[in-house]
Design a protein. Structure first.
Length: 115
């Protein structure tokens, strides 16, 4: 996807559309097989749905790696494209790194999710 297309897709997302970010390539140079698997599983979580960190780890094939899945999300450099905002803790919203919980709530609200 070209930069101009990505900007259009991002604008559409923030205007309430359901754009598909799966075609956006991300720089995965240096990622471990675990990180690649987590990213693939995360990118498959549909718009408007959430999974727990444990469910994400399970979907990626690492059923006991919920903490490591959370670490991946906390270090995610590609928000929206690798939608970590769709991952919540078992007992609530979880965290959202440097962008904070208000931003995570905003993204989830754009997708029709309230927690």
């Amino acid at each position: 996807m070209k930069a101009e297309q990505l900007v259009h897709t991002l604008n559409a997302y923030f205007e309430g559309a359901r754009p598909d970010f799966r075609g956006v390539e991300v720089d995965v140079d240096g990622w471990t097989p675990f990180q690649l698997d987590i990213a693939r599983a995360l990118r498959a979580v549909p718009f408007g749905e959430v999974v727990s960190y444990a469910e994400l780890a399970q979907l990626a094939g690492y059923p006991r790696a919920q903490r490591a899945a959370g670490t991946f999300c906390a270090r995610n450099r590609f928000p929206l494209v690798v939608p970590c905002h769709r991952v919540v803790s078992a007992d609530g919203l979880g965290s959202y790194g440097s962008l904070g919980l208000d931003y995570k709530r905003r993204l989830l609200a754009l997708e029709g999710v309230t927690l």
